[in-house]
Ligand binder design. Structure first.
Ligand SMILES: Nc1ncnc2c1ncn2[C@@H]1O[C@H](COP(=O)(O)OP(=O)(O)O)[C@@H](O)[C@H]1O
Ligand SMILES: [Mg+2]
Length: 390
């Protein structure tokens, strides 16, 4: 295992992320450097490592709201930290690249936005102290808490990074991530001028409903290459009805999780599909199209300017049926994946958490109050160093 040195002035950070899909842990090692106020990211190695099936099952049950004792939750917290730590070690060994720091999102298992009476509450398992110890690399983790504690939703956090990496003075842009949930960053062409402000919120379901439908109706983990949706017929009337539901018409800031678009939501929609005689492939096609229209509708309702260009990331990029429908629905905006800017779409979020780690290490705030609804900008992330061997 070789060790290459970071260029002067840059920090080499291994970002770790697992989203609501629970499909696996994404790791990305990136050099992050800055000159004249512009942050540049060079991704050196990246890979997704699947969860051990038993751990995934237990995390799903917790995220779906099954009652657990505190002892069980504590045990899962450490099991996730150990899994993330092993992923870090494996990526370091396979790439031969040693990072200076880890920056870990952890695994969300609970998320409750704030309301008039109470602060929001969001739980990411995989505590930093254990992760740093397993990986033997100093670690920044638990990024959402800093935003929650200043009244924010704790989500989404990636928009501040999108704005740093993808702002362009000649275009209104949207960075559209399609993970389990879909979420966007709107970057106006003049984010620093008065009236131009970055927005970010969850559009609605991402791959989550498609995955649930394919798992339930076809016993497959996901609709590989959109093959099933391509065979089905979309029920547009049903989609129009669904788009009237509170989540879709509620103005941002808003965030969603498995509580909103998990199994409970899926089985309600499935019942409606079956009442109208839809075939299993029609159900998958209709839920794929709902995902697309929830995105398109949210632009029309909530963005101050229609985007000129949309940069898509997340696993949804790999579903050509979804991507083709998205290009049609978002026209005349130009739809591309983040690949054209040198960022592999499935690793954008892991890289974004590496950048949030970089900001924390430079004592800079990582949240955007215009995005999370926080009262003010805040430092995000806790720092843990591995204990030296005794
Ligand atoms: N080849 C593919 N064809 C269709 N869908 C895919 C493909 N690869 C990944 N996906 C989808 O992407 C999802 C994972 O996306 P990801 O961005 O990792 O989500 P999350 O952030 O929630 O973990 C999978 O659950 C699956 O639905
Ligand atoms: Mg994932």
């Amino acid at each position: 295992m070789g060790r290459s040195l970071s260029p002067v002035g840059s920090i080499r950070i291994l970002g770790l992320m697992s989203g609501t899909s629970l499909d696996g842990i994404d790791g990305a090692i990136a050099d992050i450097e800055e000159s004249a106020g512009q942050i540049a990211v060079h991704c050196l190695a990246a890979k997704t490592y699947g969860y051990e099936p038993n751990l995934r099952r237990r995390l799903l049950a917790l995220a779906e709201g099954m009652p657990h004792s505190m002892a069980e939750i504590a045990e899962l917290d450490d099991a996730v930290a150990i899994a993330f730590g092993r992923v870090a070690r494996q990526l370091i060994e396979e790439s031969g690249i040693q990072p200076d720091w880890l920056a870990s999102h952890g695994q969300t298992v609970y998320h409750r936005p704030p309301d008039q009476q109470s602060f929001g509450y969001s739980v990411q398992l995989g505590r930093g102290v254990v992760l740093a110890q397993v990986a033997q690399v100093p670690t920044v983790s638990n990024f959402r808490r800093g935003d929650l504690e200043v009244g924010g939703q704790g989500a989404p956090l990636v928009p501040s990074v999108d704005a740093l990496l993808f702002a362009e003075p000649t275009e209104h842009r949207v960075c559209q991530n399609i993970g389990g949930i879909s979420n966007l960053t709107y970057i106006p062409n003049s984010p620093r001028r008065e009236g131009g402000y970055v927005l970010g919120f969850d559009n609605g379901p991402g791959n989550m409903l498609i995955d649930l439908a394919v798992q339930h109706l076809f016993q497959q983990p996901f609709d590989r290459d959109g093959a099933i949706a391509r065979l089905g017929t979309v029920d547009r009337e049903l989609i129009q009805q669904w788009l009237q539901q509170p989540f879709f018409i509620q103005a941002p800031p808003k965030s969603a999780g498995r509580e909103t678009f998990g199994k409970g939501y899926f089985f309600d929609r499935l019942r409606e599909c079956q009442q109208r005689g839809l075939t299993p492939a029609d159900v998958v096609a209709t839920l794929t199209e709902l995902t697309v229209w929830a995105i398109a509708d949210s632009y029309k309702q909530f963005l101050p300017n229609y985007p000129d260009r949309v940069l898509v990331s997340g696993g949804g990029c790999h579903n050509p049926t979804l991507m083709a429908a998205l290009s049609v629905a978002l026209s005349p905006a130009r739809v591309d994946s983040t690949t054209i800017f040198g960022v592999a779409p499935q690793f954008k979020e892991a890289i974004a958490f590496a950048v949030l780690g970089y900001l924390r290490l430079h004592q800079r705030c990582g949240n955007l109050p215009s995005v999370t609804g926080a009262r003010r900008a805040a430092l995000l992330g806790e720092i843990h160093h591995p204990l030296l061997p005794v």
